[in-house]
Design a protein around this ligand. Structure first.
Ligand SMILES: [Fe+2]
Length: 417
């Protein structure tokens, strides 16, 4: 399947062939990050999220696009070049070897520096990110790594988001992190524009921390979605676990709350309980009076996480996964939640234009996943409930874009079957 094979070559500023045409007015650079190599020392990695971080740059100007790619030079990369796998998301190095690392480190192995998830710009520096708290700087022109990114604070989380959200008004970045301890806590933080300092806005204790990939950010609020996919702390402390993937456990009896937090004060406005669903990605959030609107891609369960293991994607198991659904939650200050679907098709990787983040908006773009290969693009008009899809060689429009939307009773949400 495209996207799951290894790429060993690095190129610099290569002019790409173009089918159709690129608008003359389009200029700028798109930087991307992601797993690029899946075999190390002759061994296939276990999960897509374990692939070695590779940066890509698409530079648009004068109707042309020029492409560069470069692996992030990290400790994980150096180990890989020597044929050794470092413990990562799912591909562990085996019990005895892991135990050896514990002894060597007098504690848990160092978190991975294979920052292969996303990129951000913090205090003017380009940063490659992952959910382990080790991020790596790079040069936005050459893509050369510049070493581990150092925050100017004492915050020391165990898990951190790779999806920071920038408020277009202030330039501040918002994100979340998790710490394990006597009490486990979710943390919501702000990185003020022009600094590399994470200021904690709110810390929310939890008995069983959920795996949280991204949070909602509106002009006044932050929303953290607690799904049934929990991090097993006891297993985390075992030297015999096989990476982060081993620690994730779908627990429908665990608490599942939507925490709505006031950005300015850090107070929890409301935290209604919702029915089980899983999500990686929030598309956007905004305030509608005192109601918070949260748009995200919801899965009926966590099958998608297992499905992205490389064994599954290469045997066709990926196609059986229940699709992600673009879904809108409206949350009132007294905890009433209504839910409606915004688009009938399967989708993931939602994005809105930077200027509309945290604000009312009309268009969300995403990957369309309903056909084999999941290689479509979709633009959903959330105001008019229409959508337009592009697949290789064809585009289709749909009207209406949604179906099955209906009001929900207070404190409940839909199931996503
Ligand atoms: Fe993501």
């Amino acid at each position: 399947m495209p996207g799951f094979g290894s790429l060993d070559t690095e190129v610099s500023d290569r002019k790409l062939p173009v089918e159709g045409s690129i608008p003359e007015w389009l200029s700028g650079t798109l930087l991307r990050n992601g797993p690029g190599k899946f075999e190390i020392g002759g061994r296939r990695l276990k999960h897509w999220f374990d692939g070695l971080a590779m940066l890509r740059k698409y530079a648009f100007a004068d109707g042309e696009v020029r492409y560069s790619n470069r692996f992030l030079r990290t400790e994980t990369y150096e180990e890989a070049m020597a044929g050794r796998i470092s413990a990562q998301f799912a591909t562990g190095v085996g019990g005895i070897e892991t135990l050896g690392r514990w002894v060597k480190n007098l504690g848990p192995p160092e978190p991975t520096d294979n920052a292969n998830v996303h990129v951000a710009r913090i205090d003017g520096e380009y940063v490659a990110q992952t959910e382990a708290p080790r991020w790596v700087g790079f040069d936005g022109t050459t893509l050369e790594s510049t070493g581990e990114f150092a925050f100017d604070d004492l915050f020391d989380p165990h898990v951190v988001t790779a999806h920071l959200v920038e408020d277009p008004a202030s330039g501040d970045l918002f994100g979340h992190a998790i710490t394990f301890g006597r009490t486990h806590e979710y943390h919501l933080f702000r990185i003020p524009d022009g600094t590399r300092r994470r200021e904690i806005i709110a810390s929310i204790p939890t008995g069983k921390p959920a795996y949280v990939h991204s949070v909602g950010v509106s002009e006044q609020h932050l929303v953290l979605v607690e799904t049934p996919l929990r991090i097993d702390i006891v297993q985390a402390l075992s030297p015999f676990n096989d990476g982060f993937f081993d620690l994730l456990d779908w627990q429908t009896d665990a608490e599942r709350r939507l925490y709505v937090v006031e950005r300015e004060t850090g107070s929890v406005v409301t935290s209604p309980t919702v029915e089980p669903f899983f999500t990686f990605h929030v598309a956007n959030a905004y305030d509608d009076g005192e109601t918070v609107v949260l748009d995200l891609v919801a899965f009926e369960d966590d099958t998608i996480v297992e499905a992205l293991s490389l064994g599954a994607v290469t045997t066709g198991g990926f196609e059986d996964v229940p699709p992600g659904r673009l879904t809108r939650f409206r949350i009132t200050p007294d905890g009433e939640v209504t839910v409606r679907r915004l688009y009938t098709g399967g989708t993931e990787l939602p994005a809105v234009a930077d200027a509309y983040r945290t604000r009312p908006y009309r268009y969300v773009y995403g990957q369309a996943t309903d056909r084999e290969g999941a290689n479509g693009l979709v633009k959903v008009d959330v105001e008019r409930d229409t959508s337009r899809e592009w697949w290789e060689g064809a585009s289709t429009s749909k009207n209406p874009a949604r179906s099955g939307g209906r009001a929900r009773p207070p404190r409940t949400t839909a199931s996503f079957s």
